[in-house]
Design a protein around this ligand. Structure first.
Ligand code: ADP
Ligand code: MG
Length: 730
C-alpha cells in the first residue's frame, strides 16, 4: 500500500473529550466577554453613564474613567484566569492580529502585581511595521498604533493552558491613516447614520440618535480529515487543490444539500457552537451545503461592526475546533475544482436607535413611502457603483468562483421580486400609487395557514437580492473579512441616501410631501432600471443581455480593483469621510500585490508538486509498464507466446500513452518556470495582467495533464489523496 492508501485505511473519528457546559445556552452565552452588563456591575455609576454616552456618539470618557474601566476589565479577566492582554486588530491582510503583553508590573525587587491602566486600554503601540501598508507608512517612519473600539466587547481567548484578554481595536499610523479594516467600517457607519437621519427627518419629526447598519453573514466551509491535508501541500500552502481529478460522483445528485449531517460533522458543529456562544457569537443555523463535505453556519444578525468582529472570530474558532476533531476547516473560495466553491452571503440592512429596520416594507409596500425612498437609494447606489461592489469582493480566491455556475457572475445586478417590481413600475408609469389587494398564496393544504406573499426573494442567483427586509450580497468570498464589503455598501448607500434627501427637498418647493417623495422614487426607479434583473443570473442569456445593457462584467481581480483608484470613486470615499485618497490608493496597491503574491505561491507549489510527486509517480508506473512489455516481448521471441497482434500493440500503446502524458506535463511545467521568471521583472497591475491572461490558463492546462495522468496510473503509485476520498471518506 502506498502512503495515501494507508491514510485512507486509517480515516476515522477521533475519540472526543466531553466538554462540560451548562445545559442551556442562556446559562453561558457571552461568558467570555466583558459585556456592558458585566462592566456596569464593576464600575461606578458616573463612569458608566459617561461610557454609554461615548458609545452613543457623545463626548469621549476622561482618563480617570478609562483607568476605572481598565481596572474593572483586568479584574474580570484575571478572575477568569487571564495572564496576558492583547489589542486585537484587523490589518489589511484580512486576518486578525494580536500582540500579547502580560498584566504584571514589578513592585520592587522580586515582586509583581497585576496592573492595567486606562492609557494601555485605550492605546497600544505594537509597532507592527511588517504589515502591508501600501506605502502609507514606511518602516522607518513612526509606529503603528492600536486604539480600543469600545463598541465591540473585549473577550477572553482560551487555549488548554492559558487565557488572554483580547481588546478589539483599530490600527492607525502615526499620522492617523487607517491601516486596518475596522476603522473604515466605523467611519462608514457614521456616514450612513448621518445620511439616513437626514432622510428620515423628512418623514418623521422624531429625533433619532443613531442609525446603524446591520449584518448577518452566512459562512460556508468545507471539512476534510486532517490526514489528507498533511499529504497535500497545495491545500497547506494555498488553501486549494491545484491538481486532482474529479470524482465520478460529485454533487450531481444533489444528495448532500440539507441532507442529514454526518455524526462526525455534527460533533464538530456542536463544539464550534459552544465556543462561539462563550464569545457571545449568536450562531443559529447549521446545515449541509451543495457540495460534498461542504457546510454552512449562519448567525442572528447584529450591528455590522460587531458582526464583522464575530465573523472573524467564528472563522478562527472553526479552524481551531476542526483540528481538535482531526479535521481541517477549509475556508478558501474554491478548494476543489468542478464542484461548488464557498461564499459568504452578507445580509445587510439598517436599523434606527429603537431597532426599527429601515428596509422593512411593512404590510403594504405601496403605501410605505419611507421604505420606498430608502429602497430607491439602495438601487441608485448599486446602479452608480456596481464597480465598487465588484471591487469590494475581488481576490485571487474569489476569482475562481464568480460566474462559475455556483455564484453570481461578476456582473452586479439587483433582484427585487415580483411585488416590489410591480410597485416601482406602477409608480414610474404614473398610475395609482394606492394600496392594491395583498397577494395571498394558498398553499393548498387546509391545515396550513394562508400567508401573505411578502416581498421575499425567490431568486437564488442574484448577486444583490432584496430578501424581504434586507439585501443579500451573495458575491462575497468565504475567507474574506466582511468589513470591507460592508464599508463599501455603507459608503455608497450613505451617498445615495443623502442624494434622495436632497432631491426630495428640491421637489418640496412646488409639491406636497407625498407627491415630492413619489416624484423622486419614480425618477430613481426609472434611472436605475438597468441594474434590476429578475431572471437567472447564471444563464448565458444574462451575460448577453447585461452586455446589451452596458453593465460591466470584470472577471479579473486586478481590473476590478482598479475601481478604487478611479477619481470619481475616490471622491465619494473622501466626501463621506471614510477614506482619503492615500488610504484608498494604499488599499488598491496592497490588494493587487496580494493577488500577485498568491498566484506566485500557487504556481511555485504546482511546479513543485508536478516535479516531485506527479512525474515520479508517472515514471514509476511507466517503468512497470516498460518491464512488463519487455518481458512479454521476450516471451514472444523465446517461447513464441502466441498473442493477438492487437493486444501486443495495445500494450505498446499504453506505455506510449503514459510516456506522452509525462512528457506534456513536463513540457508545460518548463514553460511555467520561464513565465514566472519573466514575470519577476514586472509588478502591480502589469504583473497581474500577465498572471491572469497567461499564468492562470497555463496552470489550468498543467492541471488537466496531471489529472489525465492520475486517471490512468496505478492507484498504488498515486500518493496524493484523491477527490473521491477527501470528499466522501470521513
Ligand atoms: P436565507 O437568506 O437563507 O433565506 P434568512 O432570511 O433567515 O435566511 O437570513 C439569513 C441571514 O440574514 C441570517 O444571518 C439573518 O440573521 C440575517 N438577517 C436577517 N434580517 C437581517 C437584517 N435586518 N439585517 C441584516 N441581516 C439580517
Ligand atoms: Mg441566504
Amino acid at each position: 500500500m502506498c502512503v495515501r492508501q494507508k491514510v485512507v485505511d486509517k480515516i476515522e473519528s477521533v475519540p472526543l473529550i466531553k466538554v462540560e457546559k451548562p445545559k442551556k445556552v442562556s446559562g453561558y452565552f457571552g461568558s467570555n466577554t466583558f459585556s456592558i452588563s458585566e462592566m456596569q456591575k464593576r464600575i461606578g455609576k458616573k463612569t458608566f453613564v459617561s461610557f454609554k454616552r461615548w458609545l452613543a456618539g457623545g463626548s469621549t470618557i476622561s482618563m480617570e474613567e478609562a483607568d476605572e474601566i481598565a481596572g474593572a476589565m483586568k479584574d474580570w479577566a484575571v478572575e477568569k484566569g487571564a495572564v496576558y492582554y492583547a489589542h486585537w486588530f484587523q490589518p489589511m491582510t484580512g486576518l486578525t492580529a494580536e500582540k500579547h503583553d502580560s498584566f504584571i508590573s514589578l513592585q520592587g525587587a522580586g515582586k509583581v502585581k497585576e496592573k492595567f491602566s486606562g492609557s494601555k486600554l485605550i492605546l497600544g503601540e505594537p509597532d507592527a511595521s511588517s504589515f502591508p501598508s501600501g506605502g502609507i507608512r514606511s518602516t522607518f517612519e513612526a509606529r503603528g498604533y492600536t486604539a480600543w473600539d469600545p463598541s465591540s466587547p473585549a473577550f477572553i481567548s482560551e487555549t488548554q493552558l492559558g487565557k488572554t484578554l483580547c481588546i478589539p481595536s483599530i490600527f492607525v499610523s502615526y499620522h492617523g491613516y487607517a491601516l486596518d479594516k475596522k476603522l473604515p467600517l466605523l467611519r462608514s457607519d457614521e456616514a450612513l447614520s448621518k445620511a439616513a437621519k437626514k432622510l428620515l427627518k423628512l418623514f418623521s419629526p422624531r429625533d433619532i440618535a443613531k442609525i446603524v447598519s446591520t449584518c448577518g453573514p452566512e459562512q460556508e466551509y468545507f471539512l476534510i480529515d486532517h490526514n489528507y491535508y498533511k499529504l497535500r501541500q497545495d491545500l497547506m500552502l494555498t488553501g486549494r487543490t491545484l491538481i486532482g481529478a474529479s470524482s465520478p460522483k460529485g454533487q450531481q445528485l444533489e444528495d448532500q444539500y440539507f441532507g442529514s449531517i454526518k455524526e462526525r460533522v455534527l460533533n464538530y458543529m456542536e463544539e464550534v457552537a459552544v465556543e462561539a456562544y462563550k464569545m457571545g457569537i449568536p450562531v443559529t443555523t447549521r446545515h449541509n451545503e451543495v457540495a460534498p463535505h461542504q457546510f454552512e453556519f449562519a448567525p442572528i444578525f447584529e450591528e455590522s461592526n460587531l458582526a464583522a468582529d464575530h465573523n472573524q472570530l467564528l472563522m478562527e474558532i472553526m479552524k481551531k475546533v476542526a483540528l481538535r476533531h482531526n479535521l481541517v476547516c477549509l475556508l478558501h473560495e474554491k478548494p476543489f475544482a468542478g464542484i461548488n466553491g464557498s461564499g459568504k452571503h452578507v445580509n445587510w440592512s439598517m436599523a434606527d436607535d429603537q431597532g426599527n429596520n429601515l428596509l422593512n416594507p411593512g404590510l403594504t409596500p405601496e403605501d410605505n413611502l419611507q421604505f420606498l425612498a430608502v429602497l430607491v437609494a439602495v438601487l441608485r447606489a448599486v446602479h452608480k457603483h456596481a464597480d465598487l461592489l465588484r471591487a469590494s469582493i475581488a481576490s485571487a480566491g474569489n476569482e475562481h468562483r464568480l460566474g462559475a455556475n455556483e455564484a453570481p457572475p461578476a456582473i452586479v445586478s439587483v433582484f427585487l421580486g415580483e411585488q416590489l417590481t410591480k410597485v416601482l413600475d406602477t409608480i414610474v408609469a404614473g398610475t395609482a400609487h394606492k394600496v392594491t389587494k395583498k397577494d395571498i398564496i394558498d398553499l393548498g393544504v387546509s391545515r396550513l395557514p394562508k400567508v401573505n406573499k411578502d416581498a421575499t426573494d425567490r431568486n437564488r442567483t442574484s448577486p444583490f437580492a432584496f430578501t424581504g427586509s434586507k439585501f443579500e450580497f451573495r458575491a462575497v468570498g468565504s475567507s474574506q473579512n466582511i468589513s470591507w464589503p460592508l464599508t463599501v455598501i455603507n459608503t455608497i448607500i450613505a451617498d445615495s441616501l443623502n442624494y434622495v434627501a436632497e432631491e426630495i427637498i428640491k421637489e418640496l418647493k412646488n409639491k406636497d410631501f407625498e407627491s415630492a417623495v413619489v416624484a423622486v422614487i419614480a425618477k430613481l426607479a426609472k434611472e436605475t432600471k438597468n441594474i434590476r434583473f429578475e431572471g437567472n443570473n447564471y444563464s448565458s442569456e444574462w451575460l448577453f443581455e447585461a452586455k446589451e445593457r452596458g453593465l460591466p462584467n470584470v472577471a479579473s481581480t486586478a481590473e476590478a480593483l482598479a475601481a478604487f483608484a478611479e477619481k470619481g470613486n475616490i471622491a465619494i470615499f473622501e466626501k463621506q469621510g471614510v477614506l482619503s485618497y492615500d488610504e484608498l490608493m494604499a488599499r488598491y496597491n496592497i490588494w493587487v500585490e496580494m493577488y500577485n503574491i498568491v498566484l506566485t505561491i500557487e504556481a511555485s507549489t504546482l511546479r513543485e508538486m508536478v516535479d516531485s510527486i506527479v512525474v515520479p509517480a508517472g515514471l514509476e508506473y511507466q517503468g512497470q509498464l516498460a518491464n512488463n512489455l519487455e518481458k512479454i516481448s521476450g516471451l514472444k521471441a523465446t517461447i513464441g507466446l502466441n498473442i493477438d497482434e492487437k493486444a501486443f500493440e495495445d500494450l505498446k500503446g499504453h506505455l506510449a500513452d503514459v510516456t506522452n502524458k509525462i512528457f506534456y506535463l513536463r513540457k508545460n511545467t518548463q514553460v511555467l518556470v520561464k513565465l514566472l521568471e519573466k514575470a519577476k521583472s514586472l509588478e502591480g497591475k502589469e504583473k497581474a495582467a500577465v498572471y491572469f491572461n497567461e499564468l492562470k490558463p497555463l496552470m489550468e492546462h498543467i492541471r488537466k495533464h496531471s489529472d489525465d495522468l492520475e486517471g490512468v496510473i496505478a492507484d498504488e503509485h498515486w500518493d496524493l489523496p484523491k477527490y473521491r476520498e477527501m470528499l466522501f471518506v470521513m
